[in-house]
Design a protein around this ligand. Structure first.
Ligand code: ATP
Length: 775
């Protein structure tokens, strides 16, 4: 900083101070430093005379003060040998000197005072200036602070923005890595779940077999049980009937025994009667003998005896008769008794036999009961086992269902993540599909002369499912990476599954374009249209869109209107495949409005479609109309680009939301090189037109990927011109590069794969939905 010199106003002019003299009046010799003391005053006087207007500086005054003080320090030095006169002179000189000094000091004081006043003024002015400066400084500081504050704020905002963008970037990166990790993990989970599902399925199979075995055993046991029960029932009824019969026999026996006892009693009574009759007969005989002995004597008595005898004879006769009767009766009774006895014996034998039989039956019954009990125990054990197995089967089925559901969910999550990754990656995707070796190819057409495969593609379930390696017959290997590679075994459903999310986007208001690209006979038409038994992308996509639209109509109050149109571009000429075409002398023309962003083809029929069957009929109609010709490469080769367009207009009346999605499926004409096609004449012209339009398509895609491109060459071909709204930043695009696996087609396949790789390397921004709200 520059040193400020304060100028002090010049004091009132006073006679200059006399030079200091010693007391002898001589000019005293001053010490070297003091000698210079009075000089500045003289010098200043000289200077002041030279520059009278200039005030002494503060430094000058200080110097003067210093020199005055130095003068004061000079003492009167008197010596003893000095005379009185000398002393007087010296004293006078000293007094003079002191007076001069006093005056000088006074003048200096005055000057100092005025200097002080000036200094005060200066200080005040300085203070004012400083205050003004300070104020200005403070103002400036305030402005600066405000500026700094605003800078700070903008810096902070910038920092925040930076941080946010860094965070967003980081989040995006982490989202990407998470998504990739999640995809990996969900894929791993899927695999795990699939493995689990497979092992569960195996377990289920085993369990089912076990259950079947146990069921069989159970059935056998049940059958055996039923047989045993039946047998038991039979035995019980047998036993019961035998018991009844035994009881009847026993009753019969009791009755017989009673009868026998009664008969025995009758017999004994008759025996007694007989004995009595015999005794009586004997007595009568004895009496007769006595009578006969006394006959002579007893004639009267004889007569009496004869009467008596005749009566006795009669009685005897009667008795004999009775005896005979009795004998007869007794004989009969004995016979019946014998018969009864034998019958009783037989009955007893039978009863014994029945008892024995009963015992054996009871034993058998007990055994059967035991067997039944064991069988029942076995059956209940089996039943418990069966129940447990059924429970396990149910649990296993549930686990399998859960595993399957998880697997499906995992697959869904994988797909969604995959879709997110692809969306983040950009809106053009490339799939490659390798067709199988067909009947028209030789048996080992997919092998090189060396025996190696022409193409190495991912096997089902492989994680690196986007890589493909092609070896040409001259041994050159080329590797390609796409979003997905489908091998020859991939089904139409598998291909569609990967595309379904993209197709669904049309219903969400996106413009979707799916191209099938490849050489003639590589499977483009098979991929896009397919066959009635093996439907391709178009019928499947239409079916999905109709199903989803119906669901949305039912669940969210949407109403959709779908219109289909089909055309082919042949030799750069448009042909309507559904309508009658333009009136005579007119042509289909393409017009594009930059204002609305719409492209229209004149005289093109757009058919209202209400169900998939309607589209199927349209496809058949179009297939009949499509121009096909013969080339050296393929007998029925499509020589035109076929464009199927389904426009989807959705309206939700609840909030007036409108969606305008478009699904374009394009079966491109064969991409073979001019030389390889062997075409000439009309076919040569066709091939040239096809190649021109295909390279125009490539140019449009490349330009879309080039951020610096100011112009997209849509107009270079009819195909790109009419597809303009669906080719670009607002659309989602998919190219399916179809290739044949044969060695003969390797060179063409290489060209197709290079084209597809170029498309795959293009990065097109994120698509936008065409959504609007009705006023
Ligand atoms: N993935 C596949 N599975 C089974 N057969 C297929 C497959 N791809 C193609 N083919 C069969 O190969 C033959 C040629 O296929 P396609 O007609 O689709 O070829 P292209 O590329 O459309 O030919 P062009 O250019 O002549 O239309 C057909 O018979 C078709 O059925």
């Amino acid at each position: 900083m520059q040193k400020r010199q304060t100028r002090i106003p010049r004091p009132v002019a006073k006679p200059p101070a006399e030079p200091l003299k010693d007391l002898n009046g001589r000019k005293r010799k001053e010490p070297s430093s003091a000698a210079a003391a009075p000089a500045p005053a003289a010098k200043r006087a000289a200077v002041a005379r030279e520059v009278p207007q200039e005030d002494p500086t503060w430094e000058d005054l200080v110097a003067e003060g210093d020199s005055a003080v130095q003068c004061l320090s000079h003492k009167l030095s008197l010596k003893k040998r000095d005379t009185v006169t000398t002393v007087r002179e010296l004293t006078l000189a000293y007094i003079k000197r002191l007076r001069a000094l006093g005056w000088h000091l006074h003048a200096m004081c005055e000057r100092l005072q005025s200097g002080n006043v000036a200094l005060d003024r200066t200080v005040k002015a300085e203070a004012n200036a400083r205050a003004a400066n300070k104020k200005e400084f403070l103002d400036r500081m305030a402005v600066m602070s405000a500026h700094v504050e605003s800078l700070k704020e903008s810096l902070e905002a910038a920092e925040r923005e930076c941080q946010e963008s860094a965070e967003a970037k980081e989040a995006l990166r982490s989202q990407l890595s998470k998504a990739a990790a999640a995809e990996d993990s969900s894929r791993a989970q899927c695999e795990q779940l699939e493995a689990q599902a497979a092992s569960t399925a195996d377990q289920m199979q085993e369990l089912r077999q076990q259950v079947a075995r146990v069921d069989e055993l159970h059935q056998q046991a049940t059958k055996y049980c039923a047989q045993l029960q039946e047998y038991n029932g039979r035995l019980q009824s047998d036993t019961q009937s035998a018991s009844e019969r035994l009881k009847a026999i026993q009753e019969e026996r009791t009755a017989s025994t009673e009868e026998a006892a009664r008969l025995r009693g009758t017999l004994s009574a008759m025996d007694a009667q007989l004995t009595a009759a015999q005794a009586a007969a004997e007595a009568s005989e004895a009496a007769r003998l006595r009578s006969s002995a006394e006959a002579s004597s007893l004639q009267a008595e004889l007569h009496q005896a004869r009467t008596e005898r005749s009566s006795l004879a009669e009685a005897l006769a009667a008795a004999s008769g009775e005896l005979a009767r009795y004998r007869e009766a007794t004989g009969r009774s004995l016979d019946s008794l014998e018969a009864e006895r034998s019958s009783a014996a037989a009955l007893a034998t039978r009863s014994k036999a029945q008892s024995e039989m009963n015992t054996s039956l009871a034993d058998r019954l007990a055994f059967a009961e035991e067997a039944r009990r064991v069988a029942e125990q076995l059956a209940s054990a089996r039943q418990t086992e069966v129940t447990a197995l059924k429970r396990r089967l149910k649990a296993a089925e549930k686990a399998q269902a859960i595993a399957e559901q998880r697997s499906q969910e995992g697959e869904l999550v994988r797909r969604q993540l995959h879709n997110t990754i692809l969306t983040l990656k950009g809106n053009i995707r490339v799939f490659c599909r390798v067709r199988p070796v067909g009947p028209a190819d030789k048996a080992s057409a997919d092998r090189l002369e060396s025996g190696g495969p022409v193409m190495v593609f991912p096997q089902p379930g492989e994680t690196s499912d986007g890589c493909l390696e092609l070896t040409t017959p001259n041994g050159n290997k080329s590797s390609f990476t796409f979003d997905k590679v489908f091998g020859p075994t991939a089904s139409q459903a598998e291909v569609f599954e990967e595309v379904s999310q993209l197709v669904q986007s049309a219903l969400d208001g996106y413009k979707v374009c799916i191209f099938a690209y490849g050489q003639t006979g590589s499977g483009k038409t098979f991929t896009t249209l397919g066959t009635p038994e093996n439907m391709g992308l178009i019928p499947r996509a239409v079916e999905q869109l109709f199903t989803s639209a119906t669901q949305l109509e039912a669940s969210q109050g949407w109403s959709f209107q779908m219109k289909a149109s089909m055309l082919e571009v042949y030799n750069e000429e448009i042909k309507d495949l559904l309508g009658k075409g333009p009136p005579a002398g007119k042509k289909h023309t393409v017009s594009h409005s930059d204002k609305t962003g719409c492209t229209t083809v004149s005289y093109l029929e757009a058919v209202d479609c209400r169900e998939p069957a309607c589209v199927a009929a349209l496809l058949q109609q179009a297939a009949r109309q499509r121009a096909v010709g013969a080339t050296a490469a393929n007998e029925r080769s499509s020589r035109s680009h076929m464009v199927f367009t389904l426009s989807v207009c959705g309206l939700r009346s609840a909030d007036g939301q409108q969606l305008n999605g478009v699904l374009n499926l394009i079966d491109l004409a064969g991409s073979e090189r001019l030389k390889a096609s062997g075409a000439s004449g009309e076919r040569l012209r066709e091939t040239q037109a096809i190649n021109k339009s295909l390279s125009a398509l490539g140019d449009v895609i490349t330009a879309l990927g080039n951020k610096d491109a100011s112009h997209i060459p849509y107009r270079n071909s009819k195909l790109t011109w009419l597809l303009q709204p669906c080719l670009g930043g607002d659309a989602k695009m998919l190219m399916v590069a179809n290739v044949a696996p044969t060695a003969a087609a390797a060179a063409e396949s290489l060209c197709s794969l290079r084209f597809a790789a170029k498309v795959n390397a293009t990065h097109i921004g994120t698509a936008r939905r065409a959504v609007s709200y009705a006023k």
